[in-house]
Design a protein around this ligand. Structure first.
Ligand SMILES: [Zn+2]
Length: 462
């Protein structure tokens, strides 16, 4: 099927994509049995089983995973010896997070100003619509084996699929893994997300007195645990706002797309007149460098506080770890740094939370080349390489389970989608172009692999 035919078919399928998405959005598939009836997630899974079965996906099945969520698997076998592509999505969604703040019903796909609104419209049901549309457009004309994997608790972070993937590698094994749960830098600007920062959190506790003491009688000479903690936390940044942890490099530069400061200000809802922090570019600061954030401090709240010097105080610190940095090393460095700056011989102790490694996806290879070409063709413009400041633990699990697979993140989620917030929406032109890109990829990837093998063989002979 040539490019133009595929393009036309995808366009014709957009009405179906919209009705599919409307049906999917109707399921309140939040994997939180305390808040939402489990029948909603089950209904969503049944819908998927029917939809993929109609598309000729064999053995499509739902599996209960360790956290009670359901994973959806299946495959369309390709020609003998053809490479395998795994299409990832998740079918759970975030809760509405403020029903009253929505301008249209949360669970009803509503068109407004050319966008489609509803919880999950982009994250990640819009991406499910992409997979369905791409497979429908190709109508079985596939040069590859296609596997699907749907996760049922991605938004909860309870790890059901992470365990399932390790226990059932044959259902997921692939040469190329397309994680459709990311998106473009901006509408109309095709992008691949190639890195994710890792995480290394700690709790730090400071103790100085046996009990709270009157600040009038003792304040001035008594060692104040809260003052000690504040002074320690203050050393985690320099005067420009750069994270400064002894032993951690914080001057890496992001080689891909530059995140314009004006756009970042608006995405991050920075107030007028308030400055951004850090001496690097925005891309450097959020994708290539470590960042320490104090998530919480245990100390008396203002209301109800009394005139007392505090005997103890505690803080939780979230450390984002950029690609190339070991998270355990980073956690150690943070602890050593805080020990070294603890004043007055105060007693300090630490609790480590679980660490997560940064992730680096494919940036070369036949799948990477096929996908960047497909995105460039679908959009008629150059592909941007972006990072993501947060982490997706599943990506690391897939990478360690399938070390030879090329893993790539893309999708329909761009900043205007407001994923996880009220008034989530998707731009339908993004669904159309990402679906076309995925269809082009599925059509061309086998040829790319064959070419790569041929050139490897040639190089081998030399
Ligand atoms: Zn998502």
């Amino acid at each position: 099927m040539d490019d133009a035919t595929l393009r036309d078919r995808v366009r014709e399928l957009m009405a179906r994509a919209k009705s599919d998405l409307a049906e999917m959005v109707r399921f309140r598939s939040v994997h939180d049995p305390q808040q939402f009836p489990p029948e909603e997630c089950d209904g969503m899974v049944d819908w998927l089983l029917t939809a993929f079965r109609e598309l000729g996906v064999d053995d499509v099945a739902a599996h209960v995973t360790s956290d009670g969520s359901k994973a959806v698997t299946g495959q369309i076998p390709g020609p003998e010896g053809a490479p395998t592509v795994l299409l990832y999505f998740h079918h759970d969604v975030q809760p509405p997070l403020g029903d009253d703040e929505w301008d249209s019903p949360v669970w009803e796909l509503t068109e407004r100003d050319g966008r489609w609104f509803g919880r999950g419209a982009a994250d990640c049901k819009g991406n499910i619509a992409v997979h369905l549309t791409a497979l429908r457009a190709l109508a079985g004309d596939l040069g590859v084996t296609v596997k699907i994997i749907g996760e049922g608790s991605e938004e909860q972070g309870t790890g059901g699929l992470e365990h399932f993937a390790v226990e059932n590698p044959d259902l997921l094994r692939a040469d190329a893994i397309l994680i459709a749960d990311s998106g473009n830098f901006a509408v109309g600007r095709p992008s691949l997300t190639t890195t994710l920062r890792g995480i290394a959190n700690i709790d730090v506790s400071v103790e100085t007195l046996e009990s709270a003491m009157h600040s009038g009688m003792f304040g001035g000479a008594a060692p104040d645990a809260l003052a000690a903690l504040i002074s320690m936390l203050a050393t985690l940044r320099d005067e420009h706002g750069n994270t400064t942890i002894t032993g951690l490099e914080a001057d890496a530069e992001w080689p891909g797309v530059s995140y314009p400061p004006e756009q970042f200000r608006s995405d991050a809802t920075v107030l007028d007149g308030v400055e951004l922090v850090g001496s690097g570019s925005v891309s450097d600061m959020v994708w290539a460098r470590p960042a320490a954030t104090v998530l919480g401090i245990d100390c008396p709240p203002v209301v109800g506080s009394s005139a007392a010097v505090q005997p103890r105080a505690r803080a939780r610190i979230n450390l984002r770890v950029p690609p190339g940095m070991d998270p355990t090393y980073a956690q150690d460095a943070l602890i050593e740094h805080l020990k070294a700056v603890t004043p007055w011989n105060a007693r300090v102790s630490f609790e480590r939370e679980a660490v997560g490694s940064p992730f680096v996806g494919s940036t070369s290879g036949p799948a990477y080349e096929a996908l960047t070409d497909a995105l460039a063709t679908a959009y008629g413009s150059e592909v941007l390489i972006q990072g993501q400041g947060g982490s997706i633990p599943l990506c690391n699990v897939l990478q360690s389970t399938f070390p030879d697979a090329e893993i790539m993140l893309f999708g329909v989620e761009e900043p205007q989608c407001l994923i996880h917030a009220p008034n989530e929406s998707v731009d339908p032109t993004e669904i159309e172009r990402i679906a076309l890109a995925e269809a082009l990829f599925l059509r061309d990837y086998a040829t790319r692999t064959a070419q790569a093998q041929k050139s490897d063989a040639t190089t081998g002979e030399v």
